[in-house]
Design a protein around this ligand. Structure first.
Ligand SMILES: Cc1cc2nc3c(=O)[nH]c(=O)nc-3n(C[C@H](O)[C@H](O)[C@H](O)COP(=O)(O)OP(=O)(O)OC[C@H]3O[C@@H](n4cnc5c(N)ncnc54)[C@H](O)[C@@H]3O)c2cc1C
Length: 404
């Protein structure tokens, strides 16, 4: 029997994974991507920054925001998902295996990171190595993961897109989906401006800002509950430490709703201009929190501000970061912080609210597979969980449509 036609909207973490899984199961998959095809090392040219109360970053290109990750690979929201009947153990294991998730050897830990790890330990904070989807044999630490990897040492969805193509998937770039087509409460395809693409199944993976907007256009109440895993980078000066060239976030302190990890931000250079600091003189720690899901995406606005609780968590984390940095040798008078930013937008089409446990909306055949479906802020890197959920969706659709 002929397998169904599937359209996947977006080629990021969720989209590429579900496209690959379904193509491998014999579905006829087309991926429609708003952004262009780019070399991964050029991904930084395709950042889309949303200036709101908490600045939000994403990338719009083939690979989506996976192109600029720092390679952090941790399981998140596992407990909550289990409680609502979603056990991702099998999918997590499969993904960790496919991405060769591992902590990196000592050769990949720079001087600054090691100093911060030692300082944290001596203050009583355990800083453990961060698991990564980075191949240490290809990686020559340069501090530029978030620009796009020039050595292809870091996993991105480009790998899954290539695999999907081998199983017949058609990938069309520079093609933003503008509308979802529905007949008799069943999805029938999508529109990209004037062009129509018909399919039996549509999977929205346009990310937590654009997916709810597409849903809103067909009358589905999505867009509330936005979180971003708000972070600041606290830093100061240790002359010629060259921390900016190290692999970022190679270790982490995990506290309740706060993580603290070695991180350089170019924004600190401007903040430290009175001290004539250059990039190579600055060392820092990222303080990231599980923020409250009080943001909202509307058709023409993104609203996201820190709540009192968010500020309390950021302040607590920053105080700890300041203490560790000082203990590592930073002069206290040079300590500064960036403004609040968020790189993990999610929650805007949450499981149990906008989609069911099988990630299907109220429209038959219309699914969501991206960070929108998270029920709450993970306060930690979400990619592994997005991949596991997208993999599970691939299995669900395969069994659901096997004999239809
Ligand atoms: C600098 C940075 C570092 C990060 N580091 C890590 C890390 O180390 N580990 C981790 O787990 N997470 C990390 N993250 C977060 C992680 O990258 C994102 O949470 C994740 O990639 C989001 O996946 P997604 O599928 O929801 O959306 P995206 O990956 O953003 O994919 C959405 C895709 O849809 C496309 N699109 C949008 N609208 C349309 C439309 N209308 N039609 C067609 N296509 C459309 C976009 O162009 C994009 O390709 C980082 C984020 C940033 C910004």
């Amino acid at each position: 029997m002929k397998k169904k036609d599937v359209i996947v909207v977006g080629s990021g973490a969720g989209g590429a994974t579900v496209a690959k899984e379904l193509a491998k199961s014999g579905f006829k998959v087309t991926v429609l991507e708003k952004g262009p095809t780019v070399k991964m090392k050029k991904a930084h040219e395709h950042y889309e920054i949303i200036n709101t109360g908490v600045e939000i970053s994403q990338t719009v290109c083939i690979g989506g925001t996976s192109a600029v990750t720092i390679g952090n690979a941790v399981r998140t929201c596992e407990k909550y998902l289990k409680k609502i009947g979603i056990n991702l153990e099998e999918e997590f294991k499969e993904i960790e295996n496919e991405l060769s998730v591992q902590t990196l050897p000592d050769s990949h830990f720079g001087k600054g990171t090691t100093m911060l790890m030692d300082a944290a330990e001596s203050l009583g904070f355990h800083m453990e190595k961060m698991p990564k989807f980075i191949n240490p044999e290809k990686c020559e630490p340069c501090g530029k993961c978030a620009f796009g990897c020039s050595k292809n040492a870091k996993w991105t969805t480009e790998v899954f897109i290539e695999e999907a193509k081998q199983y017949g998937t058609i990938v069309i770039d520079n093609t933003p989906v503008t509308h979802i087509l529905i007949e008799n409460s069943k999805v029938t395809g999508v529109k990209c401006h004037n062009k129509i693409f018909r399919s039996d199944i549509v999977i929205l993976s346009a990310g937590a800002i654009q997916t709810p907007r597409l849903l809103q256009k067909i009358g589905i109440r999505a867009g509330k509950n936005l979180f971003v895993d708000t972070f600041v980078t606290v830093g100061g000066i240790i002359k010629k430490i060259k921390f900016n060239k190290e692999l970022m976030m190679n270790s982490v302190i995990k506290l309740d709703n706060i993580v603290i990890a070695p991180h350089f931000s170019g924004l600190l250079v401007e903040k430290l201009k009175d001290f004539k600091a250059r990039k190579k003189d600055i060392i820092g720690l990222m303080v990231k929190i599980a923020d409250e899901s009080t943001g909202e995406v509307t058709p023409d606005e993104v609203i996201k501000f820190n709540t009192a609780n968010d500020v309390e968590l950021l302040a607590k984390g920053s105080a700890i970061a300041g203490a560790i940095l000082t203990h590592a040798g930073v002069e206290p008078k040079t300590l500064v912080s960036t403004y609040a930013r968020g790189a993990h937008p999610g929650g805007t089409a949450a499981i149990g609210d906008v989609v069911d446990k099988n990630l299907e909306t109220e429209i038959k055949g219309l699914y969501v597979a991206d960070a929108s479906i998270f029920p709450e802020a993970p306060g930690a890197p979400p990619v592994l969980t997005i991949l596991a959920l997208a993999k599970r969706l691939g299995k669900h659709i395969s069994s659901e449509y096997e004999n239809s």
